[in-house]
Write a protein that binds this ligand. Structure first.
Ligand code: HAM
Length: 414
């Protein structure tokens, strides 16, 4: 057992994973810019009461999962468990909304939740998010869902968008009352652990993963039975827009999501079979901005788990283009001059500064799939040459030490 280990639920990301993160981040920033979202960065900790007020005092995130701390002046802070509250706080505080009655923002970074670690669920994880502020028109719901689906499509990740509406406040309240009644009368049909939520947060029971509940809850009343005419029409319009835009969606009458601020449309992207945890999710939150002290402004957005998206990507390991093997101290010294010249000519090359055994070095270069290897030993130094080996076909040639010969031997001279 090593003396020091990483905190439980955190990850050390290897170079292949950070490469995938980079691809996801740059694609997301580019695509969201393309749709008119500006990219912002906000602090990773905020005052605790910001999350209590927005994510919700009865939500699992606030009651159980926040990393809270006091600073030296006893101020209460929390590591951000999600991005929406901080983004809205920043938009209000910096007047990002006033000039044009709303705007659209994207963000990317680390988030923290004290959860039971398992595959795809960490205590430090990364999210990318997009918030569209200022419109309550159903087209902006369609746009937000389109962006999520577009990103996953571009990354070649098969997915389905699960879709539901929580309706307007009165519809929701009537539904909660009816659900509570049903749950109280049918406790026997749901898992014991879920019963504690009947009083506090009955909607949470709908997306319980406990098999007894999943089975039993199917008979419970469904929210669409409580939708008003307007809510039904809006939902129908939304599904029409998504269909026309070729978004693969599926109505899920039990989708409620675990954060308190949602109103109306909610959605989640999950794997094709729907079995695995969600890649991302979001919804409309029309009351949050005024609750946090801003003007009454409607908004909708989503966030995706970058760790989960990255693990679904089927890229090859990143392979170095060229490995440079200087053998011994004198060769190393001269090699640095050659290598730095290659770098300044935009040739990607990875030197092995610590290998004096050629056989071992070649084996190592081969195992990581390098395309070329350049060997620079005593013999090459005497001849003022480099030995360039093509690792794919095994061909090798000795070349003079100058950039044009190096470029040509590496196939970079076209
Ligand atoms: P959320 O559903 O809590 O929503 O999180 C969004 C995504 O973050 C999840 O679907 C999942 O992929 C990822 N995620 C959450 N917790 C973890 C974890 N412990 N480990 C790994 N990945 C995780 C929100 O956070 C809302 N702020 C989304 C939103 C934006 N709604 C409106 N605007």
């Amino acid at each position: 057992m090593p003396k020091y280990q990483k905190p439980k639920g955190t990850r050390d990301l290897d170079e292949n994973t950070t490469f995938k993160f980079e691809v996801i981040r740059s694609l997301f920033v580019a695509i969201s810019r393309f749709l008119g979202y500006g990219h912002v960065e906000i602090p990773i900790f905020e005052k605790t009461n910001l999350f209590e007020r927005s994510t919700g005092e009865s939500s699992e995130i606030v009651t159980k999962q926040m990393y809270k701390f006091q600073d030296k002046k006893n101020r209460e802070f929390a590591l951000r468990p999600e991005g929406t509250p901080g983004l809205i706080r920043a938009a209000i505080e910096n007047n990002w909304l006033n000039s044009h009655n709303g705007d659209k923002f994207s963000y990317f970074g680390p988030f923290f939740r004290y959860e039971r670690p398992q595959k795809g669920r960490y205590r430090q994880f990364f999210q990318l998010g997009a918030e569209s502020i200022g419109s309550n028109n159903v087209e902006s719901d369609a746009e937000s869902i389109y962006l999520l689906s577009f990103l996953l499509k571009e990354l070649k990740i098969k997915h389905v968008i699960k879709l539901n509406s929580l309706g307007e406040k009165e519809e929701r309240l009537r539904y909660i009352e009816s659900l509570q009644q049903w749950l109280t009368n049918n406790k026997i049909k749901i898992a014991k652990e879920d019963c504690i939520n009947i009083e506090k947060n009955p909607l949470r029971i709908l997306d319980s993963k406990k098999s007894a509940t999943v089975k039993g809850i199917k008979q419970a009343p469904k929210i669409h039975e409580f939708w008003s005419r307007e809510t039904s029409d809006r939902f129908k319009k939304l599904t029409g827009l998504l269909q026309a835009a070729n978004v693969n969606y599926q109505v899920d009458e039990f989708l409620v999501r675990g954060l308190d601020y949602y109103t109306s449309t909610v959605f989640e992207a999950s794997g094709h079979d729907g079995a695995q945890d969600a890649y991302g999710g979001g919804g409309r939150y029309n009351d949050l901005i005024s609750e946090l002290g801003g003007k009454n402004t409607p908004a909708i957005g989503f966030a995706c788990g970058v760790d989960r998206i990255a693990s679904a990507l089927k890229f090859d390991q990143i392979k170095p283009f060229c490995i440079f093997i200087p053998l011994g101290e004198k060769c190393r010294e001269k090699a640095f001059g050659i290598i730095s010249k290659m770098w300044s000519n935009s040739v990607s090359v990875k030197p092995y500064w610590n290998e004096s055994n050629l056989g071992k070095a070649l084996k190592r270069a081969n195992s990581i799939g390098s395309k070329y290897v350049i060997v620079f030993g005593e013999k090459e130094m005497q001849n003022n040459t480099l030995l360039v080996k093509n690792m794919k076909n095994g061909n090798q040639k000795e070349i003079p030490i100058n950039m044009s010969s190096i470029m040509s031997a590496l196939g970079l001279d076209e």
